[in-house]
Write a protein that binds this ligand. Structure first.
Ligand code: DAK
Length: 256
């Protein structure tokens, strides 16, 4: 597959993937999801790769969400179908990956961007990072596992607050809540991620795979199905139209 939106390289036993759509703050479009899936499939079969480090290009954003320009015209049916497609190809794939995936969050991690980081096994954030689930401002709810994984990571009370206000939180608060594992300066972000990767690489790959499976088995995934269903209901509504139009017009939405 021809890769347009990602930079990637292998150094030692670490494989680095950088989402590179800097002008759109690395927003995730369908093509980027397919490209990520493609690289993850290749890496899974390559025994010389032991850890994946995933980050965003530039100094401003990890991923500022799903690409609003792409999904703004989706119908309810398309929304539901694409949520399912995204889960299978990317979000669940990462969560259940046989090798550790570390998200190096180098700036905004919003909406689908925070969901991507939460699907990873470990999150390291730079001190300028801002994290949030702003979907309600677009007339949607998180659709790539955010309602489930955020609640699992930070508990119901704070998850309600973040998802219902849509507010962003700073890296230090994310650390206090357990949403990220570490916060470091932007220049140390990859170094810290590599340090964690090396500690993992020393251990048994098969035990690591089983560890990921066992931890994931704590959580029942029936909530994900309900999220997909409810997520789809947002599409095609007047509120969705107002939310996405307000984003394009760079103004606050006016929900009746
Ligand atoms: N999509 C598309 N373009 C985006 C974008 C996004 N999510 N985020 C930013 N951009 C673009 C902006 O439109 C702008 O483009 P130009 O106007 O220059 O052409 C450029 O990136 C720079 O952004 P700003 O000018 O806004 O930069 P600022 O520093 O002023 O603000 C910001 C940075 C991150 C606060 C702001 O860009 C922002 O609020 N961005 C949107 C955040 C957001 O609402 N993200 C989406 C959450 S909803 C789905 C499944 C899941 C989802 C959707 C569908 N299906 C299965 C169908 C998930 C949805 C979400 O993620």
């Amino acid at each position: 597959m021809h890769i347009e939106n990602l930079n990637y390289k292998q150094e030692g036993q670490i494989f680095y993937i950088t989402i590179d759509r800097v002008k759109q703050l690395n927003a995730l479009n369908k093509r980027t999801i397919l490209e990520l899936n493609h690289l993850l499939c290749l890496c899974e079969d390559d025994a010389s790769i032991r850890v994946i480090i995933l980050t965003g290009a530039g100094e401003k954003a990890f991923v500022a969400g799903a690409d609003i320009k792409e999904f703004a015209h989706f119908s309810k049916k398309e929304g539901e179908e694409l949520a399912q497609f995204g889960h299978e190809l990317l979000f669940d794939k990462i969560a259940n990956y046989s090798k550790p995936v570390i998200a190096a969050i180098n700036g905004y991690a919003l909406g689908g961007g925070l969901e991507l980081a939460m699907a990873a096994h470990v999150r390291v954030a730079s001190d300028n990072a801002k994290l949030g689930q702003p979907e309600v401002s677009l007339g949607l709810i998180p659709g790539y596992g955010g309602t489930q994984r955020l609640t699992q990571l930070i508990g119901k009370g704070k998850a309600f607050e973040m998802i219902l206000t849509g507010d962003m939180i700073a890296a230090e608060e994310a650390l206090k809540l357990g949403l990220v594992n570490d916060v470091v300066s932007q220049e140390d972000l990859l170094l810290k991620s590599i340090e964690i990767a090396h500690k993992m690489i020393k251990n048994s790959p098969k035990a690591i795979k089983r560890g990921i499976q066992a931890i994931n088995s704590v959580f029942d995934d029936s909530g994900l199905k309900e999220e997909i269903r409810l997520f789809g209901q947002g599409f095609g509504t007047e509120e969705f139209k107002e939310g996405t139009t307000a984003f394009f017009e760079k103004r606050k939405p006016n929900f009746k």
